[in-house]
Design a protein around this ligand. Structure first.
Ligand code: NAD
Length: 520
């Protein structure tokens, strides 16, 4: 039972209702293995971005509920940390099967709340599922090292969980990003309080249900809701030892500063501006198709979306062919067959993207394809922006300096690979960058000199699979230990070293020594 909590204000949120309307569906809390109705006084509407229909109401969890979640995770830690890596491995194997079986249910929930097209929503689930699959290797990840350091004496390492950890998620990958966090936290023996995005918490709730179904013990995973108040609780509560955050720059900086000031580990993946350099020796068809898919897929709402293309020399003549491909994409509701580009998450996000397109025009760029005003016949009220291509942009323009996070490709022109590289490296963000070329030498130079943390060579969205880690850098990342893979395991664990002496002469050590021990 989730008890009555304190009244928590949420002045900063626009879409709010004072009471959950009678009969409206509400998103539950998941605390101590139970799905419970919040006693919140403030509720946030989740609307289908294609139709504006109310999907659910999300509570701003009360102070009492947040306390209950942290207490539940703390109480569960004692036993969960003592389970064997093999037992946790089996839970990961069961969970991956449960997620696989429910992929379509998860994907449809994502389409309804987030808007992306169904095939892409399945990809959202699959990329998260791969992290769970990788965590089935936890028996390898947790292994330590051992060395005989002197006669009869050895030192060995033990990798131990931290305790209660928190995850704070963005709206754009409602399944994948929670799955970057809690499976790694749980497999390493931690317990977790997860806060999904208040704009689309449905997939995270389904994942919590699946954890319950496969018998992950109560309290090991808890899900709370809300916005800043919830975040401020998780980043300050003394029981929370580490915070994983994925989202925008403003929230990320606040969370990183607050969590680290409170002595917590923090890993924070932030915003991005990902560039593709297109050399004239590239395979044109492959490059232009890849760029079109990576710029406009998920309506550009991917942290690794290709939002900038730098066309070098003769490749500049191809810009209008990108426009042709972008124009051919079908803008529609995510469940419609053949839909390529769904709606943006909110009206505010759409209005901001439209403003940035207008600013490009005002600052002298050429709007080679203008998606403003595109409205699919069946979804006249949706937050749609058709694919938009801005040509002849410059680094000084607002459309280049800011992350648009919509289906907008900003095109720049450069005379040489060196000029293009200088441009990419001058950008403060460092999430990803790609090159399209048939020249091994150019690719090698790009790979060596580019400062972005995830590099694609003829690959438009080089997000590493979970046996590697997600390695954004520069302004796209705060912290020093990346998400998932070996780094993710390091983030959620600490090493203990043990030095032991088991003398072969056994218990009859004849003489005590008063000297400081030294090892030879
Ligand atoms: P967001 O920053 O608005 O929200 C992310 C989380 O932070 C949410 O849970 C939200 O409740 C919370 N939050 C928002 N404002 C807050 C505040 N002022 N104080 C405390 N908490 C706050 O991000 P979003 O719009 O949901 O997601 C889009 C952003 O996420 C984009 O910038 C995108 O590049 C980034 N992103 C980055 C990666 C990556 O791996 N680098 C991946 C996905 C998304």
């Amino acid at each position: 039972m989730i008890a009555l909590g304190a009244r928590v204000g949420l002045r900063s949120l626009q879409r709010r209702s004072v009471h959950a309307a009678a009969g409206a569906k509400t998103t539950k809390l998941f605390i101590n293995g139970e799905f419970g109705e919040s006693q919140a006084s403030t509720w946030l509407d989740v609307v289908n971005p294609a139709t504006q229909e109310l999907v659910t109401r999300v509570p701003q969890s009360t102070a009492h509920e947040l306390e209950a979640a942290a207490a539940s995770a703390q109480a569960a830690f004692g036993e969960w940390r003592r389970t064997s890596a093999l037992a946790r491995q089996r839970k990961m194997l069961d969970l991956q099967q449960a997620i696989r079986d429910k992929t379509d249910v998860l994907a449809r929930s994502i389409v309804e709340e987030q808007g992306k097209v169904l095939g892409d929503a399945r990809g959202d689930v699959m990329r998260g599922l791969q992290v769970v699959e990788d965590m089935a290797s936890i028996t390898h990840y947790m292994q330590g090292t051992r060395l005989a350091v002197a006669a009869d004496m050895e030192t060995y390492t033990v990798r131990e969980p931290l305790g209660v950890v928190a995850g704070i998620c963005p709206f754009n990958f409602p399944a994948m990003i929670p799955l970057w966090m809690f499976p790694v936290a749980l497999a390493t023996g931690n317990t977790c309080v997860l806060k999904p995005s208040e704009r689309d918490p449905g997939a995270a709730m389904l994942l919590a249900q699946l954890c319950n179904d496969v018998g992950i013990p109560r309290g090991v995973l808890n899900v709370v809701h809300g916005a800043r108040e919830t975040v401020d609780f998780l980043t300050a509560d003394a029981r929370v030892r580490a915070v994983s955050f994925v989202g925008g720059d403003r929230a990320g900086r606040h969370i990183y500063e607050r969590a680290t000031q409170h002595g917590k580990r923090c890993q924070a993946n932030l915003g991005a501006k990902n560039h593709a350099i297109v050399l004239p020796d590239a395979n044109k068809e492959q490059a232009l198709n890849a760029i079109t898919g990576a710029a406009f897929g998920a309506a550009g709402q991917r942290c690794m979306a290709l939002s900038v293309a730098v066309f070098v020399g003769g490749a500049q003549a191809w810009i209008d062919e990108v426009v042709d491909r972008a124009r051919a994409l079908r803008v529609d509701g995510g469940l419609e067959p053949g839909a390529d580009v769904g709606p943006m998450i909110t009206r505010e996000a759409l209005a901001r993207a439209e403003r940035l397109v207008q600013s490009a025009s005002d600052e002298g760029a050429r709007i080679a394809l203008d998606g403003r005003g595109v409205r699919p016949a069946k979804y006249p009220r949706g937050n749609f922006l058709g694919p938009t291509v801005i040509d002849r942009a410059t680094p000084a323009m607002q459309c280049y300096r800011e992350e648009i996070f919509g289906p907008v490709l900003v095109c720049l022109r450069a005379d040489s690979l060196d000029d293009a590289l200088a441009l990419v490296n001058a950008n403060p963000y460092g999430n990803g960058a790609s090159i399209f070329t048939r020249s091994g030498a150019s690719a090698a130079k790009f790979q060596a000199d580019v400062e972005a943390g995830q590099v694609g060579i003829n690959v438009p969205i080089p997000v590493p699979l979970p046996m590697f880690s997600f390695t954004g850098n520069k302004a796209s990342f705060l912290g020093d230990t990346n998400f998932y893979g070996r780094s993710g395991v390091s983030f959620y664990t600490q090493l203990k070293t043990v030095t032991s002496l088991w003398s072969k002469a056994d218990a009859d050590d004849r003489q005590a020594t008063v000297h400081m021990p030294t090892i030879h």
